[in-house]
Write a protein that binds this ligand. Structure first.
Ligand code: ATP
Length: 237
């Protein structure tokens, strides 16, 4: 990749003495969908939380749009277009859907009604229920709300941590359809998933993590076609 929009070099993340991520490197081309896959505990969330500025790396370098953002806090990165959809949705159940969406734009200091209206066009179910508490939504709808809230921030790169987690297969289809649409609209997507096959089918490029290291990487179709990788890391379907 010649001029990636996002690149991570030799990233290290530690929790006290636990080294969760050791020298992870990857690059993301503008407009592409890159996935980080691997088993529970492989270090995927730690990587993505370091990239989005939620966690401070113990080492390495993160570059976004040509600038070093290794120590840039999350709230500043959101303003620059690097936006995360967190694991477990993290919506505020007692606030209304509309209030949750407004939180996606808090960094602009405005209400961002135009961006909110745009996401209502994309997610009519949220528009219909805008005045209801977000806690009234189903798990799948809450995931859509978490994605919609990130879209309100007008991301150029969207980082998604396990968006299919805990959802029924039909809803997972829906989530992947929305991810495909987001990517088709020009937003670069970095997707962390335990659902490795599904993520690799949607991705251009994949990185397989194990014990905090990248053990395989390449075009997603190539990873899926490699029997040894499928057997060792992707499990039976
Ligand atoms: P999951 O799918 O469970 O989120 P993951 O691949 O995203 O897994 P991480 O959550 O990044 O992996 O965890 C990587 C390693 O770091 C694991 O060994 C985990 O136990 C450890 N770890 C994660 N968060 C913490 C924490 N706050 N304190 C201590 N250790 C942690």
């Amino acid at each position: 990749m010649s001029n990636p929009i996002l690149s991570v070099e030799d990233l290290r993340v530690s929790y006290g003495r636990v080294e969760a991520v050791r020298r992870v490197s990857f690059a993301v081309d503008q407009g592409s969908l890159v996935t980080l896959v691997g088993a529970n505990g492989a270090g995927k969330s730690s990587v993505i939380n370091a990239v989005s500025g939620i966690l401070r790396p113990a080492g390495g370098r993160i570059t976004f749009e040509g600038r070093d953002v290794t120590r840039t806090p999350a709230h500043k990165l959101v303003g620059r277009g690097l936006v995360q959809v967190p694991e477990g949705r993290q919506i505020l159940a007692t606030l209304t859907i509309e209030e949750n969406l407004r939180m996606g734009a808090w960094h602009t200091g405005g209400t961002a009604q135009r961006s909110i209206d745009a996401v209502y066009d994309r997610f009519p179910v949220l528009a219909e229920r805008r005045a209801l508490p977000a806690g009234a939504l189903s798990g799948g709808e809450q995931q859509m709300l978490a994605i919609a809230r990130a879209l309100v921030a007008a991301p150029t790169v969207m980082l998604m941590d396990e968006p299919s987690m805990g959802l029924a297969p039909k809803i997972v289809d829906e989530v992947f359809r929305v991810i495909g649409e987001i990517r088709a609209s020009g937003t670069t997507v970095v997707l962390v998933e335990q659902n490795a096959r599904r993520a690799l089918r949607a991705a251009d490029h994949g990185y397989v993590l194990q014990s905090g290291e990248v053990v395989h990487s390449g075009p997603a179709a190539g990873l899926l076609a490699d029997e040894r990788i499928v057997q060792a890391y992707l499990g039976v379907e």
